[in-house]
Design a protein around this ligand. Sequence first.
Ligand SMILES: [Mn+2]
Length: 408
Amino acid sequence: MTFTPVSRRFLQAALRRGNNNKATQLRSHHPDPFNPKTTRGWKAALMEAELPRDRMEHELREGIRLGLPGASSIEDPTISTFSRGELPHFAGINTFLKAPYVEDVSKVGAYDATVVGVPFDGGCTYRAGTRFGPQGIRRISALYTPYNYEKGIDLREQMTLCDSGDVFTIPANLEKSFDQISNAIAYIAASGSFPIILGGDHSIGFPTVRGIASVTTKNIGIIHVDRHADIQEKDMDERMHTTPYFHATNLPNVRAKNLVQIGIGGWQVPRPAVSNMIERETNIFTMDDIEEYGIEKIAEMALDLAWDGCDAVYMSYDIDSIEAAFVPGTGWPEPGGLLPREALKLVGEVAKEGLCGMEVVEVSPPYDHADITSLMALRIVVDALGAMVSHGTMGKHKSIIDKEFVPF
Ligand SMILES: [Mn+2]
């Protein structure tokens, strides 16, 4: 360990204060006087005590009722014989965050938010494997508790969440899968539950928005985080994962002027997409824009543009917007993207105003290592939920639902 030289002025000041402890004098980097009770870390600890515990206690009681009391040698009375709740984290059937599996979809409206998997990679134009995205994200979600330390929130106590399982997609048929996806998302949205979509490749970005747009007369803005523009009309003669925002912005209540594309750049943007961006005047922020303005300012500008003349905003998060080193399990990795902390900051800022739905796409577990890409996708989802919960905007989207569910 090396100590920086102590200035004469500092030593004199310390001596004036009657401080004769040499070790203390040397730690000149501390704010003076430093009070450890003023850190955000300490304040976060105090917030925990304010959170309710009712639902956790209910879950533990149910665990004993459903899973039998533990063996007589077990001292902790909350441990059941069959694992039925959060613990052990490595046990249990993998739903998202161990939320209840709602097999009867007519019941999803009873929950603030509904997770739905879209296991589809028929739109992938390079590496496939995103049909396993929902599985990968659910699997690693077993790692998480519903509580976030520094935000002082507990999703289990402050909102209700269910997992509705997956959409029945049709491999190798984009258009039939799109109709299935729009059907599912329109149904969840019409129920009033907040749809959380686990992709799937980005071709699903059109039918997901189409589903939500079909149950409202209001305008919807889109915040699209990606390295790729995804706005050409067709790719290899089909509506592949390079095309969703061409088709989404053809919907009458989804206007291109409210499409905000963040993180676009690198060597993978097809030129036909660029002319569509110009023609439709979408809003484009590259990594250099983020570098210049900072992530908070970008989020602020994105919200202004996406909400302009709209009653709701949808977030489409492509995991490949993050620096390729952090997300190897994706179809078109591109170096130079967002750092994880920037991505999480952006998501928190965007989501706090409230969303009408969200998706995380392009997670391809067969190319992943140690589940790190799936973990990042999980984190995007829970941070968005956390931001909505802590800003009281969970449920805000319900006011836009003014049309009945009509099957596609
Ligand atoms: Mn992409």
